[in-house]
Design a protein around this ligand. Structure first.
Ligand code: PLP
Length: 485
């Protein structure tokens, strides 16, 4: 059975999504003319959807001429699709084309429907409240610099970002993350999301492939899904040592880029072992590939010092991404890319075309926040708060949830943890039921490649009061128990 991608339960209309996935499988050649499709019952069971959903999708495709159904012979891909001239117009009859939208518009629309911010209630991640908010100092600095300082209005600025901030970032990542760089290799971005997008634009050509961890952050897998060329993304498994480099080499030895989270695999939490780091960099050198390192929350390690960045081992092959979303607050929309000197101009060009440069004012506020020592103090404070929150959430959940229903993935970093669910539970359904109870969680299954998904929940433990977290954990445990009955 070919993979049909993931159905996005939150986006609704599963039969339409399934029909589109089947059309796509035919278009890509994963399903060929005359190939038999599974019975509606079998496909419904494997996708964990109602049988009627599959029946509706099949009926739609039969009506379009994509599939044919003969009594006693089941449903198969239409033979007529084997004729080349018939194939093109049928491809154009995808859902997007029917709606008069270009195919990529449909992809972006689906991503837009998926990426919705969570409300600021437990267990949303990176919600700066109480002790984890930068507070008064941030406001005072902002007022001072905006009134008569460098944050006041100016003309167009450097696409790479304000020099004061690039210098402060270079200093910070050199000291705290063992990154080897100068300020002129730092490009200020509007967060890691933009850094990932820039990297995909600059580093990937039409026939290039990229390794992406399985599971991975949807912010990166969605970018690769949105590219105009197909099959760019190769999902490489991770194990207890992080990315399985040998598997990557077997699957796509000539890939151009590897997108990785070496300090704290997202979402599972393990660091990339030293042996795997060496193997990954050896592959990058021999394949003339690049490693894109997403170092999203590595300041926050609770049992020991943070792991040094991979970039420090190979500054010539690694594109390093950092963000202030986790340690400060996401609405700031400031992050950075550190690139090898040979890539600075290319990233600069891509950045100019995207949005010219980041808004200037907050860059200067952040530069002052960093150079005056506030960021270091803030990191120390936040780390203590999260360390406590994390322990208390683990204790609470372990006391509330029987292991055969849900269990926590161990990990000692970051601001989220993964709560795995028994295989029979549907994480999308639990997300929906939890939302009705005023609890914000994300499903883990969309982070996996099709056919490998495990149900689980991503729980952030930042910012909220302990009492709020405990009450939410109790409600969540009740939701899971009800869903299991
Ligand atoms: C793996 C990963 N990378 C990056 C980010 C941060 O993205 P941004 O800087 O765009 O807010 C997140 C936020 O949730 C994340 O989980």
């Amino acid at each position: 059975m070919p993979s049909f991608g993931t159905l996005d339960r939150e986006a609704g209309n599963l039969s339409r999504q399934l029909a589109e996935a089947l059309r796509e499988a035919v278009r890509k050649g994963d399903l060929r003319p005359a190939d038999a499709l599974p019975s509606t019952r079998a496909l419904a069971a494997s996708l964990r959807v109602a049988r009627g959903t599959v029946v509706e999708a099949y009926e739609q495709l039969i009506a379009e001429g994509f599939l044919e159904s003969k009594a006693g012979a089941g449903t198969r891909v239409a033979l007529a699709l084997a004729e080349p001239p018939a194939r093109e117009p049928r491809v154009a009859s995808s859902q997007a084309a029917q709606a008069g939208l270009p195919e990529r518009a449909e992809t972006f629309a689906r991503i837009g429907r998926e990426f919705k911010p969570l409300p600021p209630v437990p267990f949303a991640i990176s919600v700066p409240t109480g002790l984890t908010a930068p507070g008064d100092i941030w406001r005072r600095l902002g007022n001072r610099l905006r009134a008569r300082g460098p944050a006041s209005p100016t003309g167009y600025a450097n696409p790479l970002g304000a020099l004061a901030l690039r210098e402060a970032i270079a200093d910070y990542v050199r000291k705290s993350r063992s990154v080897r760089c100068e300020a002129d290799q730092v490009i200020v971005t509007s967060g890691t999301q933009q850094g990932l997008f820039l990297a995909s634009q600059v580093l990937l050509g039409p026939r290039d492939q990229a390794w992406v961890e399985n599971p991975a952050y949807r912010g990166v897998t969605a970018i690769l899904e949105s590219l105009p060329y197909r099959d760019a993304m190769v999902r490489v498994p991770v194990d207890a040592e992080g990315l399985d480099v040998e598997a990557g080499i077997r699957m796509a030895p000539k890939a151009r880029v590897a997108f990785v989270t070496p300090s704290h695999q997202y979402p599972l939490g393990m660091p990339l072992s030293m042996a795997r780091r060496a193997a990954l960099l050896a592959w990058a050198r021999s394949a003339h590939g690049w490693v894109v390192e997403d170092d999203y929350d590595s300041e926050l390690r609770y049992e020991g010092s943070p792991f040094p960045a991979l970039q420090g081992l190979a500054p010539d092959r690694v594109v390093y991404l950092g963000t202030f979303s986790k340690i400060l607050f996401p609405s700031l929309r400031l992050g950075y890319v550190v690139v090898p000197p040979s890539l600075v101009d290319a990233f600069c060009g891509a950045r100019v075309l995207m949005d010219r440069h980041p808004p200037t004012a907050d860059q200067h506020v952040l530069a002052a926040f960093m150079t005056e020592g506030h960021l270091e103090r803030h990191v120390r404070k936040v780390r203590n708060v999260y360390a406590e929150q994390r322990l208390s959430l683990i204790e609470t959940l372990e006391a509330l949830l029987p292991r055969e229903l849900a269990w926590i993935e161990p990990g000692d970093q970051g601001m989220h943890l993964v709560l795995w669910l028994a295989a029979r539970l549907d994480d999308h359904e639990i997300v929906r039921l939890a939302a009705n109870e005023g609890i914000a969680v994300r499903a883990a299954s969309p982070m996996f490649a099709a056919g490998t998904a495990r149900p689980g929940l991503i729980l952030g433990f930042g910012g909220f009061l302990s009492a709020q977290m405990k009450a939410a954990a109790e409600r969540l445990a009740a939701v899971i128990a009800t869903a299991a009955t």
